[in-house]
Design a protein. Structure first.
Length: 437
């Protein structure tokens, strides 16, 4: 059995979807499809005909009592220009992924050098050319019998599947106005990352029985680091004498990270602007540092400008870091912050951020914006919720996490316990069960 995973991405990439796709391909490739043969035999006066029963269960590689065929995974991506040194790195090494699957690069019309002149048109041309190339490639694979009707075509972008002949699986991370409806109705099965996505698809007339909710996940082994907080800070050059409040992720507007930056005004005297009211000195954290990890260059530039224009102090912006360093940044923190905004439908309903699961795996207290998307995984037992888009409420939640060591220990331990089921291997297994039934 094969899975051909279509992804119109540059690999490796600074974008989070690169990690998610590579981890899912690795997880799919770990499983074996179990097939049990039932032979024809005579029982009394009854003839039992020969048949083959294909089980829906999947099992991890190893010794099996039934015949087991490896699931062969092929990740299909476009051949694109490298726009940074990151593009020259080995994706398997960069994402710490076992080389259990193939990466196939197809031709596309890549107009990246002309982006500044063509704008969105260059992306559309590239995406459509990759979609056509993928459809042709898979058509050839089918007519040459290299793939069969039992093999799976899997994609998470509507344009990737636009010209694809059925059957195929569509994984949705965000709803668009029209094209998603067309692709969703044609898809054999649909995987979504939140319950709200499923509800909205049903509201659009999609059969609920072909929709499966699978939250994102984490590689627990990567975040099981053998370093103390002091050791992590020493390795990363972070101060030893400050309380570190850390956010790791992208800086898109819908992420709401500005709320965390503005919370610095309520955490200590050194962050107060001229016109800010002076808070109760007893509630301050005099030695603190907000550390922002991540962000691609154009959003990073905007965020730095925001911090400067608002005269926000004690905010350290370190930019994008290799994924292998993220566990150590989380390990260096005293408190981890998950932000979002009610101003964005994506933030409220359509996100299952990988950072959320990475935070949970890091055994550190989490302060999170109270949004329905986060509450599908987080609760009052494993995090401290605060009102979204409210920097003062964010500061209060942070102070609670830093000043109440008993509470912080309780929620950290519960979060770590809860995250055990949110692994890439479990996600792949549940998706495989669903799409083959």
């Amino acid at each position: 059995m094969k899975i051909l995973y279509l992804a119109n991405i540059r690999i490796p990439t600074e974008m989070a979807h690169g990690l998610q796709i590579m981890k899912m391909c690795e997880a799919f490739s770990k499983y074996k499809r179990r097939d049990t043969q039932i032979e024809s035999r005579q029982v009394g006066n009854t003839q039992i005909n020969a048949e083959y029963q294909r089980e829906s269960a999947y099992s991890e590689g190893g010794n099996q009592r039934v015949s087991a065929a490896n699931i062969e995974v092929e990740l299909i991506v476009p051949r694109k220009f490298s726009i940074s040194e990151l593009g020259k790195k080995d994706p398997f090494e960069y994402y710490k992924v076992e080389k259990k699957f193939k990466i196939k690069k197809l031709f596309c019309i890549d107009l990246t050098p002309l982006n500044k002149y063509l704008g969105p048109v260059s992306f559309l041309i590239q995406a459509l050319s990759f979609s056509i190339a993928s459809a042709v490639y898979i058509f050839i694979q089918r007519i040459t019998k290299k793939i069969t009707k039992d093999d799976i075509i899997y994609g998470r972008d509507r344009l990737d599947l636009l010209f694809m002949k059925k059957p195929f699986i569509f994984e949705i991370h965000k709803l668009h106005k029209t094209l998603d409806n067309y692709i969703s109705k044609r898809a054999s099965k649909i995987v979504v990352i939140t319950q709200e996505l499923k509800k909205d698809l049903i509201g659009r007339g999609i059969n609920e029985n072909k929709i499966f909710v699978a939250s994102d996940a984490v590689d627990l082994n990567l975040f099981n680091i053998n370093k103390t907080q002091k050791g992590c800070r020493g390795e990363l050059g972070l101060p030893l004498d400050k309380k570190i409040i850390l956010y790791a992720g992208h800086l898109y507007k819908w992420k709401g990270v500005e709320t965390l930056a503005l919370a610095s005004r309520y955490l200590g005297f050194s962050s107060l602007g001229v016109s800010d009211p002076i808070p109760n000195p007893q509630s301050l954290i005099p030695n603190y540092l907000i550390v922002i990890v991540g962000g691609i260059k154009w959003y990073l530039s905007d965020f730095k400008k925001f911090v400067k224009e608002n005269d926000l102090k004690n905010v350290l912006i370190v930019g994008h870091k290799d994924y292998a360093q993220i566990p150590y940044y989380l390990g260096a923190a005293d408190c981890l912050v998950l932000t979002g905004t009610k101003a964005s439908e994506t933030s409220q309903k359509y996100t299952s951020p990988m950072k959320m699961f990475e935070y949970m795996a890091s055994k550190k207290p989490i302060v999170a914006s109270e949004l329905s998307s986060f509450k599908e995984v987080l609760n009052q037992e494993n995090c401290i919720f605060v009102e979204s888009d409210n920097s003062e409420a964010m500061a209060i939640g942070i102070k609670k996490a830093l000043n109440d060591s008993i509470l912080s220990k309780q929620i950290s331990e519960q979060a770590f316990k809860d995250v055990q089921k949110y692994t890439w291997d479990n996600r792949a297994k549940e998706i495989l069960k669903f799409i083959t039934n």
